[in-house]
Design a protein around this ligand. Structure first.
Ligand code: SGN
Ligand code: CA
Length: 532
C-alpha cells in the first residue's frame, strides 16, 4: 500500500481520535488553560448512483465538479473505495450497520430493513450526538436512531417530491436536489441543538434513473466532448452472466422513459412497458417547469423523429443523450454540495465537521455498453469517496476502503466504542495523518456479495474477492460460472482468465483467500455455493 501525499499540513496538538479540542472562550480564571473537549460533527453526503467517472477529482475528463472537489482538496481523495453489494437499499444497510448484507439482512432492494438492529446512528446518539437524515432512505421501515428524519418515499421524485417529515407526508415544490439541500440547511440553521455535536446524513436521490436534470441545467452539456467508452461494443465473450444482463443502453434503455422522448403527438412508442411512467413523470411538473422542459426537449424530440436513426447510430445517440442528462443532473448536485460547504464555512462549522462525499454504488457510463450497476466489475463496485477532516491529512489514499467502514470510523471519531460485531474497519487513522490503521495491517482484499436475482436488469447472484491486482468472481444460480481478471493487464475486465493454465496458481491462491474472507465474515450461503 502506498499513499501519495499532496502536502501534509501541521496537525494541531488537540487532534486525537477525532476529538477536537476547542479552547473555552469565557472560562473563569480558575479554569484558565483548560480545554473543552468536543467530538467533531459529521456530515455524510451520499448521492444515489454517482459514478467516480463524473467527478473531476478522479480525473475522468468528462466534466468539472468544482464543489465536490473542494472536499478532496482540503482532505483526502480515496482512490480505492468500494461497496459490499452494489445496489441501493443493501448499500444503505451496510452503511448504517457496518456489516455485510448477510449479517444485516438487507440482501436486496425487495427486503425491509430491520430497524431494531444496531446502527451507528443509534450508538452516536448514545454517545451524545444529535442525529438526522434527509433525503433518500429506501429501507422501507421507518428510520430509527435519528432525532430528525425527513425522507423521500422509495426512490423519490425529481420534480416536486413528496417527503415524509418525521412521519408526516408533504409535497415540496421544486427540484429534488435543491429541495433536499434546503431541508438539510434549514435543519443545520434552525433544527439542531447547538450544545451537541451533530451527525447529518444528507442523501440525494440524484443522479438515479431517469436522470431528470433541473431546468436550470438543461443543455449544459450539449457541446461536451463525450467519447464512447473503449468497450461500449462489448460482445461478452467468456462471460455468460454479463451476456445475460438487461441493462444495455442499446437494447434496454427506453426512449420515452429514460431518454425523455415523450412527444406531444404520442407517436413515439416503446415496448419495455415503461412508456407510461415516462409520461407520468413529466406530468408531475408545474406549468413553469414544463415550459422550460419543453423549450429544451421539444426540438430534440422533433430532430430525433426526423432522423430515423437505427443500429449503431441509434445506440450512440442514446449514449450521448443519456450522458448529457446524467451530467446535467450532477451539475445540480455539485452546485448544491457547494451551498452546503459554503454554509459550513460561513458558520464556523468547517473547522469542526468531518465531511464525507460518496455514492451508494458506482454506475456504468456506457462501459460494456451499460447503464445501471450491480456487477462486481469495477465501474459499479467502486464509489467516489472524498473526505474533509479538519486539521487532518491532505492527499490521495489508495488503500482499500469499503462502505462497511464508515460506521466504525464515525464511532471512533465520536470517541465511542466500536462493537465487536461490526465487520468494517475504522479508517480514521488515514484521515488524521494518512497512516494505515492497525499498524500497517490494513486489509489487502475486499469481499463482495450481490443477491438480487431474479430481478430488474437480470444480473445474476455473485460473490467475489478483489486484491490490488486480481479479481475472482463466482456467479451462481441458473448461470454457474467463475471469472478471473488480471486488472493490471485487463483493466476493462474483458478477458476472463478462469481455466487459463498460466493463471492456475493465481486462481487457487485467490480462491483460498476468498474462502478465508467468507469464513471471517461468516457468509454461510456463499461458502455452500463455492462447491455446488
Ligand atoms: C429502479 C430502476 C432500476 C434500478 C433500481 C435500483 N428502475 O428500480 O433501473 O436498477 O431502481 O436502483 S426504474 O424504472 O424505477 O427507474 S437503486 O439505486 O435504488 O438500487
Ligand atoms: Ca443507487
Amino acid at each position: 500500500m502506498k499513499t501519495q501525499s499532496r502536502h501534509l499540513i501541521g496537525l494541531g496538538s488537540g487532534i486525537a481520535a477525532g476529538i477536537l479540542v476547542i479552547p473555552v472562550a469565557c472560562s473563569p480564571d480558575a479554569d484558565k488553560g483548560k480545554k473543552e473537549v468536543r467530538p467533531m460533527n459529521i456530515l455524510y453526503i451520499m448521492c444515489d448512483d454517482h459514478s467516480y467517472q463524473t467527478i473531476s477529482a478522479y480525473g475522468g475528463g468528462l466534466m468539472d465538479t468544482p464543489n465536490i472537489d473542494r472536499i478532496g482538496d482540503s482532505g483526502i481523495v480515496f482512490t480505492n473505495s468500494f461497496v459490499a453489494n452494489s445496489v441501493s437499499a443493501p448499500s444503505r444497510a451496510c452503511l448504517l450497520t457496518g456489516k455485510h448484507s448477510h449479517k444485516n439482512g438487507m440482501t436486496d432492494n425487495t427486503k425491509t430493513f430491520d430497524g431494531s438492529q444496531q446502527t451507528f446512528s443509534k450508538l452516536l446518539r448514545q454517545a451524545g450526538y444529535q442525529t438526522a437524515i434527509v433525503g433518500k432512505w429506501h429501507l422501507v421501515s421507518e428510520p430509527t436512531g435519528f432525532d430528525y428524519w425527513n425522507i423521500l418515499i422509495g426512490q423519490g421524485e425529481y420534480y416536486n417530491p413528496v417527503f415524509i417529515d418525521n412521519g408526516v407526508k408533504k409535497t415540496v415544490e421544486g427540484y429534488a436536489t435543491e429541495v433536499t439541500t434546503d431541508i438539510a440547511l434549514d435543519w443545520l440553521e434552525n433544527g439542531r441543538d447547538t450544545t451537541k455535536p451533530f451527525c447529518l446524513l444528507l442523501h440525494h436521490k440524484a443522479p438515479h434513473r431517469t436522470w431528470m436534470p433541473d431546468t436550470a441545467d438543461l443543455g449544459a452539456f450539449d457541446n461536451a466532448d463525450i467519447p464512447l467508452p473503449v468497450n461500449f461494443y462489448d460482445g461478452y465473450e467468456g462471460r455468460p452472466a454479463a451476456a445475460a444482463q438487461e441493462m444495455e443502453i442499446a437494447r434496454h434503455m427506453d426512449l420515452v422513459y429514460d431518454l425523455k422522448m415523450a412527444d406531444k403527438e404520442g407517436e413515439i412508442h416503446t415496448d419495455t412497458g415503461l412508456e407510461d411512467y415516462g409520461r407520468a413523470m413529466y406530468n408531475r411538473m408545474s406549468p413553469e417547469q414544463k415550459k422550460a422542459w419543453d423549450t429544451y426537449y421539444d426540438p430534440i424530440i422533433e430532430e430525433f423523429k426526423e432522423s430515423g436513426l437505427s443500429g449503431k447510430e441509434l445506440a450512440e445517440w442514446k449514449y450521448r443523450r443519456y450522458m448529457q442528462d446524467y451530467m446535467s443532473v450532477i451539475r445540480s448536485v455539485d452546485r448544491n454540495v457547494g451551498r452546503v460547504i459554503d454554509y459550513l464555512q460561513e458558520n464556523g462549522l468547517w473547522e469542526n465537521t468531518i465531511v464525507v462525499y460518496t455514492s451508494d454504488q458506482g454506475f456504468y457510463m456506457g462501459e460494456h455498453g451499460w447503464f445501471d450497476k450491480r456487477f462486481m466489475y469495477e465501474e459499479s463496485f467502486r464509489t467516489p469517496m472524498l473526505v474533509h477532516y479538519p486539521g487532518g491529512y491532505q492527499g490521495e489514499i489508495d488503500a482499500f476502503v469499503q462502505n462497511i467502514d464508515h460506521a466504525p470510523t464515525f464511532l471512533e471519531a465520536a470517541g465511542a466504542e466500536i462493537p465487536e460485531d461490526i465487520q468494517g474497519e475504522s479508517y480514521l487513522s488515514f484521515l488524521k495523518d494518512g497512516k494505515e490503521p492497525r499498524d500497517g495491517r490494513w486489509r489487502e482484499a475486499l469481499y463482495y456479495h450481490y443477491y438480487e436475482y431474479p430481478g430488474e436488469h437480470a444480473v445474476r447472484r455473485h460473490y467475489g474477492i478483489r486484491t490490488d491486482r486480481y479479481k475472482l468472481i463466482h456467479f451462481y444460480g441458473d448461470i454457474d460460472s467463475w471469472e478471473l481478471y488480471d486488472l493490471k493487464e485487463d483493466p476493462h475486465e474483458m478477458n476472463n482468465l478462469c481455466g487459463d493454465d498460466g493463471y492456475d496458481r493465481i486462481q487457487k491462491k485467490l480462491y483460498k483467500k476468498l474462502v478465508g474472507l467468507q469464513k471471517l465474515y461468516e457468509d454461510t450461503t456463499a461458502l455452500k455455493e463455492n462447491s455446488r
